[in-house]
Design a protein around this ligand. Structure first.
Ligand code: PLP
Length: 418
């Protein structure tokens, strides 16, 4: 890959996704469009989202509750329309996916179903640097069961001086504790380092040790290739406001492998929205689950959030998921090369080669100054206390030329701060 503006522009010119940027609302400042590298935090708003919301509001205004069943787009059909593209993105059977709730709430629901401590097999293997909400959820559920989290949780840590976790160390830990681990629960892509785990390999090792395995895919769903069904993952959950552009607080999703759906040992917390669909409104006393992942749904979902997600996923379908993945690989290789070429003593790139869209820079000094100056120059990147800048250009709305412009801005800032 050449490090020239001409090369960046030529990549943009032959980009099959080039037309998709204009389908999003790009934040602006007084100089024009800003460069938004925050797909890992909150994906941008598709222009079609507001029309999709208006449509729901109009249905509500015109038909009230009848809109659940009637009209050209009944609300009750929305869930399945979302499952179609999402199951492609996460590599699942349609029956294994449900679009529901919010990520942390769904982690709690999954803990009920998949953390089954029994005698000495009661440990949960997690990352030491898991996203805080995952830690809070897991700790609180363990305490709720009357167990001591400090005795039950096994933490896998990065090696001294490293930010990412060595997979061999992780696999060794599973092996060492093979008779004690009840559940392996990890983030597919680490929110801080951007490390993408080998989900297939780790899931296989966990299962070989007799444990169940679940993944928080907040930073992986819509970002990297996933084959949850084939990889025999037991469960997974994700949010849809990052790489799926579903909007702030977007409706989340879960995956439950088909082998668990009819398993009587797999207990769940239930609500009427998980009831067998064709009899849900008969209001029976005892719960009968829908025979797929929607059995985990608890409450009436927000049709507005469903509509937002449908609008954004329509763009993924239009673009083609494999085409998005292809551009992602090219884009991030280009970004990594550009960062490497900056040769700055101020920061180290802590994202390993196994990664998705995100690249994290650990600053040894002046990190906040670099972030502030980037912001002034129109670059929206992510600041993570105490000293990390995360960058996540995404295939649907970022360009190679923007990455080139980032290089120019960084060169200038680094010279000024030298
Ligand atoms: C890895 C990870 N897990 C959990 C969460 C919490 O998600 P929510 O606030 O949607 O429950 C986030 C939020 O960004 C996250 O990145």
């Amino acid at each position: 890959m050449e490090l020239t503006r001409h090369y960046a522009e030529s990549l943009d010119k032959r980009d099959p996704l080039g037309s998709f940027r204009s389908k999003f609302l790009i934040p602006e400042n007084e100089h024009g469009q800003r460069v938004y590298f925050l797909g890992n935090s909150l994906g941008l708003q598709p222009k079609s989202t507001s029309t999709a919301i208006d449509f729901i509001l109009q249905q509500w205004a015109n038909e009230g509750v009848e809109s659940f069943h009637k009209g050209e787009r009944p609300w009750l059909q929305l869930h399945d329309q979302l499952v179609q593209p999402v199951s492609t993105i996460v590599g699942a059977l349609k029956s294994e996916v449900s679009i529901m709730g919010q990520l942390t709430g769904n982690i709690h629901l999954m803990m009920v179903s998949f953390y089954r401590p029994s005698g000495k097999r009661n440990k949960i293997l997690m990352e030491a640097k898991a996203f805080p909400s995952d830690q809070y959820a897991v700790y609180s559920y363990i305490e709720h069961l009357g167990l001591n989290p400090d005795e039950v949780i096994l933490l896998v840590k990065p090696q001294q001086g490293k930010a990412h976790i060595d997979e061999e160390t992780l696999l060794q830990l599973i092996e060492t504790h093979r008779d004690e681990i009840a559940l392996v629960f990890l983030g597919g892509v680490n929110y801080y380092s951007g490390q993408l785990f080998d989900i297939k390999k780790i899931s296989a090792a966990a299962k070989d040790a007799g444990a169940l395995v679940g993944w928080d895919l907040a930073h992986a769903a819509g970002n990297v290739e996933l084959k949850l069904h084939d990889w025999q993952v037991d469960f997974a959950c994700w949010c849809s406001y990052k790489y799926m552009n579903g909007g702030p607080g977007a409706v989340a999703g879960i995956f439950v492998h088909e082998q668990h759906i009819h398993d009587p040992h797999c207990k769940r917390l239930t609500g009427w929205w998980g009831y067998k669909r064709d009899e849900r409104f008969k209001m029976h006393d005892r719960f009968v689950p829908e025979p797929d992942a929607t059995a985990w749904q608890v409450s009436t979902p927000s049709m507005i959030l469903y509509a937002c997600l449908k609008a954004s996923l329509h763009l993924v379908e239009e673009a083609g998921w494999p085409v998005i993945l292809e551009k992602q690989r090219l884009m991030i290789d280009w970004l990594k090369q550009i960062i490497h070429d900056l040769h700055s003593p101020l920061f180290t790139c802590i994202t390993p080669d196994s990664r998705g869209c995100q690249v994290s820079l650990l600053f040894h000094e002046k990190g906040r100054m670099v972030y502030d100056r980037l912001f002034e120059k129109g670059f929206m990147v992510d600041w993570r206390e105490p000293n990390v800048i995360r960058l996540a250009p995404v295939p649907l709305y970022n360009t190679f030329t923007e990455i080139w412009m980032f290089r120019g801005a960084m060169k200038q800032i680094l010279t000024e701060l030298a």
